[in-house]
Design a protein around this ligand. Structure first.
Ligand code: ZN
Length: 237
């Protein structure tokens, strides 16, 4: 990520459209992005650059060709990358922090007095279902007076949960059901609820779902670093 920021220079907005005119720095970054390993390759140049930078955000089979076209040619045509150093701090911390790296949010659970629903994809992309497992536990512990639910939907990755062709059947009903339940009022505030909420160490019933191997071997990483260095040397000489 630091290398990306170095290559970008002062202009932190990366044009994604294949037809955009871009600086040589941006061209280099887009070229490198295409070589970064990811789960699914694509024939669309914009999709390749985007998923090279972020990782795949959806499983292709879950979204329609129309949605894929709209995403890559109309919706996400420019990628602001100034927030990436902040994202890096969050990833390194293992929990959400502010842009200075301080734990400013999780220390104030009292500010989140509301019902919550967590939906993770069971065929992980970008984030694992463990993230929603921890968030769900956190809210049950700190806001036991509200309804907190979690579902893991098999076959989905990340953004395809909301933009998938089957989302209206497999995902949205969970949202509607949760809204209805929440509108019916708070759940009990009694000891039973608190005891359940304090069951922090309980195992994730979805653990292991959708896990699969990766080909990000040390050899591939070393090879990619070598390619990156070669490109940088040829670019700046
Ligand atoms: Zn694609």
């Amino acid at each position: 990520m630091q290398i990306s920021m170095f290559i970008l220079g002062n202009n932190k907005i990366l044009p994604l459209l294949e037809t955009s005119s871009v600086s040589s720095r941006h061209s280099l970054l887009k070229l490198i992005a295409c070589f970064i390993p990811r789960y699914e390759k694509c024939t669309c140049n914009e999709c390749e650059v985007f998923s090279g930078i972020f990782g795949n955000t959806f499983w292709h089979k879950n979204i329609s060709p129309t949605m894929h076209q709209w995403l890559n040619k109309q919706s996400s045509t420019r990628l602001p990358m100034a927030a990436f150093p902040h994202l890096r701090k969050i990833c390194n911390s293992g929990f959400i922090v502010d842009s200075s790296g301080r734990n400013s949010y999780l220390i104030h659970p009292e500010r989140m007095a509301l019902p919550t629903l967590y939906i993770s994809g069971g065929r992980s992309l970008l984030v694992t279902p463990h993230t929603s497992f921890l968030a769900h536990k956190y809210m049950k512990l700190h806001q036991p007076g509200f309804r907190h639910e979690r579902v893991v939907v098999e076959g989905f990755g990340h953004s395809d949960l909301l933009i998938g062709e089957e989302s209206y059947k497999k995902v949205f009903p969970h949202i509607l059901s949760h809204i209805r339940s929440a509108e019916q009022g708070r759940i009990g505030k009694g000891k039973k609820c608190r005891k359940k909420a304090l069951d922090w160490e309980a195992d994730d019933q979805y653990e292991g779902l959708g896990e699969f191997g990766t080909w990000f071997s040390p050899f591939v990483i070393v090879l990619l670093l070598f390619m990156l260095l070669s490109l940088l040397v040829s670019f700046f000489i």
